[in-house]
Write a protein that binds this ligand. Structure first.
Ligand code: PHE
Ligand code: ZN
Length: 892
């Protein structure tokens, strides 16, 4: 199936509206593997049944890079055709046994999809369409089968043989080989299939759940890494307990396994009972992992575990429904981390961090050439749609159900969803319907069709708020209106259902208890905006208030609200909602930074005195957590600043933000010194939110103090930082100290980096940090690209390892002032690396291709230079369809 055009035809597009149920069902699959690095033999015996509800047609099985040796129908040789990569069988009975024998070459599998080798261990990755690289199959999520698997391999080299479900038999074979047979008691789509074979050791934990069932939890790693699995195991135990406590969802397997590999395209994969993880999200010790890593492990372990229900027990009908499992599961892992955080302040910190990701990554995606709805309508390559829109915006959509229905209503909806759909492959509509049906009469139920526009319309809605206070009538009238910008293929948008949590803050008094449209007085109300424009009237408003809107970021929108500096300062100091207190500070900083970028502001000191003073008093407050303070005192990112501008000069944005950082370093010098001394801990390391918040603030302070030393010539703070790179008790502090020197371009950076490398030469995840730190450091005098090119030749660099490629190349393209050079050399580097990686791993290359998504927003000379490089990529004769889809959209 190829749309005949020219030699480099656009890849064919798959459309959601073309969905048709499968023509055949596969009820059982019995796989047997003779594992061999260069030639693995796969015997696949299936029980197949025609789907009587579909018109009779040939059976078309998907395959990719397979060598086909034999096909038997009911034990008899049969004729077949190949149509591209598909194996086509015609004239079949209504029910039959199908036996297919193929071979593949795991060692040559550089795409890391299907069966591959990593450090002499076999792994599989099947989502989304990798199973077809293992055997011919109906590789689509609505075909669910019962799997049994026999693995045979050399006993010495591959002592551990794993697959989904339960181990039912194992034994020794001739010629030094052995075997293991696994049976998965749950039907599943083939994207959840997995095997692992190699030399691994496991941390094991037996647990008894709240409801009394017993399970074995195992975390498999390379034997030398066992001492780095404690945090992952703790996180897994917490996940099991949390899902049962919060949603009544129990572990449905006797044995739950997690296996770590250092070669993995993504973060982790929820294969039934056999999750496969990037080592980055399993391995941690205080000496080698930062607080951010510890948090990442907790949330990814949670995420994959929670997929066991949201994704595996109920799966997706087709890949357009990806957010059905991903948005819901991200929401669940976010809630998990927030519930574990325990204090209100730590919950807010987690929320702020999640929103920051949404705004710095998803908002740009939603405004660029790859903008797509949470439930996309079409794709050329599904791997390109594992996006922040499907994941993070999808999670915000799920969060809005909870905001509209309340925690209990949401839990009821989820319970109904499982009651109706357990064991099925379903759609986002089915989820929405369950939420609504479980809550009849709710606002959601009343506006369900309109609410579902969150799934079908791309783009970030804009909400504008205008308020008017009537002192005499003690009445405050708030007018909210909404619009949504056009996105590719969607010129006009219909209004969304937007929950806006609102409070009224009276300066000096705090939250006012007010009544909305005559209802019960309360300090917060959920306003539901459904019309293009709507008025909300608050009564008993005893003082002129500052409206605190979109508390907790109650909807994924841009809020336009004309607040004065004084009003923002009041919210920063007094809003009872910590998210909005942080938000007010960010708005104030953003306003002043943008003024400096567009020319009106002062480049030497972009921030105004009252803003700096407010940051100082926040820093000095005794009633706030350190983690929260660190967030308030961190300037908006360059990419978020750039998004606010029509015509972006990345060098100018960088210069302004750096100037503001220097100003904060200077103006708050005494306060940073105080903050460092006050928050530095020398006790034993614990990754809890309170102590990690202290480290975060101390690290921020140290960075500021070393930055300031560049100007003053002070050697005390750089000396302290250098000392810390030597004697820090944990990686968080060591990394922060090293980063402080590297980011300031201090002469001590080089010896610190050398030591760092020597100390951790054998730890790949730490060496990743070593590369990333250097690639992300500010460009001083245009030397960043040269530094990165030199690192590319470092003996430890290897682009075939995705983590390593990300740590150097992606960190560089994510470093705006280093990447966006007036001579365009950063873009040339990007093209060369992109094409090199595309030749062996299209999925990773396609992610790198996204670095120039927003080229049309760039000012000259960046814009033309970026355009030129994109065109060169598009003209390359042998692009993967992954990269082709991205660059064609960027150029459209
Ligand atoms: N489904 C995985 C997740 O949890 C992501 C993934 C997709 C991993 C494709 C590998 C390949 O989010
Ligand atoms: Zn997921």
């Amino acid at each position: 199936m190829f749309h005949a055009r020219d030699a480099q035809a656009s890849p064919p597009v798959i459309r959601r509206e073309d969905y048709a149920p499968p023509a055949y069902w596969i009820d059982t699959v019995d796989l047997s593997f003779d594992l061999d690095p260069t030639k693995t033999r796969v015997l696949n015996r299936m029980r197949v049944r025609r789907n009587a509800e579909q018109p009779p047609q040939p059976l078309r099985l998907d395959g990719d890079e397979l060598n086909l040796a034999r096909v038997l129908v009911n034990g008899q040789g049969t004729s077949f055709k190949m149509d591209g990569d598909q194996l086509v069988l015609d004239g079949l009975p209504d029910e039959f046994d199908l036996e297919i024998f193929t071979t593949c070459n795991p060692e040559k599998n550089t795409k890391l999809m299907g069966l591959y080798l990593s450090q002499d261990t076999f792994f599989t990755q099947c989502e989304a369409e990798g199973f077809r690289r293992i055997t011919y199959f109906l590789d689509r999520p609505d075909v669910m089968a019962s799997f049994s698997v026999t693995l045979r391999a050399d006993r010495k080299r591959f002592p551990v043989l794993l697959s989904n479900g339960n181990l039912v038999e194992q034994g020794v074979l001739e010629d030094g080989r052995h075997f293991a047979k696994w049976v998965d008691p749950h039907r599943k789509p083939c994207y959840l299939f997995a095997i692992v074979a190699g030399c691994l050791a496991a941390r094991e934990q037996r647990i008894v759940t709240e409801s009394g069932s017993e399970h074995l939890l195992q975390i498999y790693v390379r034997p030398g890494d066992l001492d780095k699995t404690e945090h992952a195991m703790q996180s897994l135990m917490h996940s099991v307990a949390w899902d049962e406590a919060r949603f009544g969802l129990k572990l449905d397997l006797e044995r739950f396994m997690v296996v770590a590999t250092s070669d993995f395209n993504m973060g982790a994969m929820e294969n039934k009972g056999l999750n496969i993880f990037n080592t980055k999200y399993v391995l941690a010790s205080p000496a080698t992992a930062t607080d951010v890593d510890f948090d990442g492990i907790e949330s990814v372990i949670g995420h994959e575990y929670f997929h066991n229900w949201t994704g595996n027990r109920v799966t997706c009908r087709d890949w357009f429904q990806l957010s059905l499992k991903e948005g819901l599961t991200v929401f669940r892992d976010q809630e998990f981390s927030m519930d574990l955080a325990r204090t209100a302040s730590a919950r807010a910190v987690k929320r702020i961090e999640d929103v920051r990701v949404l705004r710095t990554v998803q908002f740009p995606e939603d405004a660029g050439p790859m903008a797509h709805p949470v439930r996309p309508d079409q794709y050329a390559e599904i791997n390109n749609f594992y996006t922040v829109t499907v994941y993070e915006k999808g999670a915000e959509v799920v969060r809005m159900y909870q905001t509209l229905l309340g925690r209990e209503g949401f839990a009821k909806g989820l319970a109904l969803y499982f009651e109706r759909h357990d064991g099925q492959a379903v759609t986002c509509d089915d989820f929405a319907q369950a939420m609504s049906d479980a809550n009849p009469g709710s606002t959601l139920a009343l506006h369900l069709d309109q609410f579902k526009r969150w799934y079908s319309q791309a783009g970030t809605p804009r909400v504008t708020a205008v308020g008017q206070y009537d002192a005499e009538g003690q009445r405050y009238t708030l007018t909210l209106s909404q619009t949504c910008p056009a996105t590719p293929g969607q010129a006009e948008k219909q209004p969304f259902v937007i929950p806006v949590i609102a409070g009224l803050v009276a300066p000096g008094q705090g939250d006012l208890a007010v009544s909305l449209h005559g209802g019960e007085p309360a300090t917060a109300h959920t306003l539901v905006l459904t019309e293009p424009s709507q008025q909300f009237v608050f009564e008993r408003v005893t003082a002129e208030p500052v409206p605190s809107l979109l508390r907790g970021f109650s909807a994924p929108v841009v809020l336009n609200q004309d607040l004065s500096d004084a009003e923002l300062l009041a919210l920063l100091a007094q809003d009872s909602d910590p998210f909005n207190a942080w938000e007010a500070g960010q708005r104030l900083l953003m306003r002043q930074l943008l003024a400096a970028v567009t020319g009106a502001g002062d480049l030497a000191a972009p921030l105004q005195a009252d803003a700096v003073a407010a940051l100082r008093s926040t820093l000095r407050r005794s009633d706030l957590d350190a983690a929260f303070k660190a967030l308030v005192l961190t300037l908006p990112t360059e990419s978020y600043l750039a998004e606010q501008l029509a015509d972006v000069d990345p060098q100018r944005v960088h210069a302004v933000r750096e100037a503001a950082r220097r100003q904060l370093a200077r103006d708050l010098a005494a306060d940073w010194a105080w903050a460092f001394d006050e928050h530095e801990d020398n006790g034993s390391y614990r990754p809890d939110p309170v102590s990690s918040g202290r480290r975060s603030l101390a690290g921020l302070a140290l960075g500021m103090l070393v930055e300031l030393a560049r100007e003053t010539g002070d050697s005390v703070w750089p000396g302290k930082a250098y000392q810390r790179t030597k004697d820090a008790g944990n990686m968080t502090d060591r990394y922060a100290a090293t980063a402080a020197l590297v980011n300031a371009g201090h002469a001590l950076a080089q010896p610190a980096l050398t030591r760092f490398h020597d100390l951790f030469a054998d730890d790949a995840l730490v060496i990743d940090k070593w590369f990333a730190l250097q690639a992300a450091a500010p460009d001083r005098g245009g030397d960043a690209l040269g530094r990165v090119e030199a690192l590319l030749r470092h003996p430890d660099f290897n682009a075939r390892n995705p983590n390593r490629a990300r740590s150097l190349i992606f960190s560089f393209t994510g470093n705006p002032a280093a990447f966006h050079r007036t001579d365009g050399a950063g873009y040339t580097f990007w093209r060369e690396q992109l094409l090199a990686i595309d030749a062996f791993n299209p999925q990773v290359a396609a992610r790198l291709a996204r670095a120039l998504d927003r080229w049309k927003k760039l000012a000259e000379p960046y814009r033309s230079a970026a355009h030129g490089e994109l065109q060169k990529v598009a003209a390359h004769p042998s692009l993967s369809k992954d990269v082709r889809e991205i660059v064609e959209k960027a150029l459209a």
